[in-house]
Ligand binder design. Sequence first.
Ligand code: ADP
Ligand code: MG
Length: 228
Amino acid sequence: TQELLLNSEKLSVAGQLAAGIAHEVRNPLTAIKGFLQLMEAQAESDKPYFEIIQSEMDRIELILSELLVLAKPQELKIETVDLVSLIDSVKTLLDTQANMNGVHIERLYNAKNFTIKCDKNQLKQVFINILKNAIEAMPKGGIVTIELKKHSFNKVKLLIKDTGNGMPVHILRRLGEPFFTTKEEGTGLGIMISKQIVENHDGTIHFWSDQKGTMIEVILPTAQYVEV
Ligand code: ADP
Ligand code: MG
């Protein structure tokens, strides 16, 4: 039946996740153990080893904190939230990082009240993930634009566009796969988690990309009917 099919799909994603986590967590742990052994042997010059231990620990923390969102998907803390100020706060959060990379984040909306019902922190996480990817896709700098508009009488549409390298079809097709990354330091969890969060909010997320850049569309239900 359809329900069984959904369950088996969930199981296979969980299985992929488990295997992926084991792999991802084991590598940094192996490195930590090795350097600890070296520290015992030559305690005097142990400072660089401490630094490596620290960065490997940070990586474990990053992966685990991203996974935490998935571990408790049922615990949404739903509040009435103004999407405009939520997006603005994420923009403020990332403006410095963007500037350091020669990226300008442009806000192409003047809407005042797009009230939605959502888990504020989870939705923030989605926009942080999307904007970080956009910044990371433009190593030589560029522009990210954020548009926000009515989609229908009870839906709002967000468009985030970058002027980055874009993605070929074979990468575009793999977006949302756990641990799929093309980055040296990537976790490959951002899009999967963002998709999960948006869908938990009865929304949709879609990606378009070519050599000129990438566009991400997020559609979310509004708390009240809006005039179209
Ligand atoms: P991570 O950022 O850790 O690699 P994500 O799930 O956030 O993991 O993204 C997965 C992959 O999708 C990235 O490694 C990158 O190849 C691709 N990607 C995501 N967003 C963009 C974008 N805006 N432009 C180009 N490639 C992107
Ligand atoms: Mg990412």
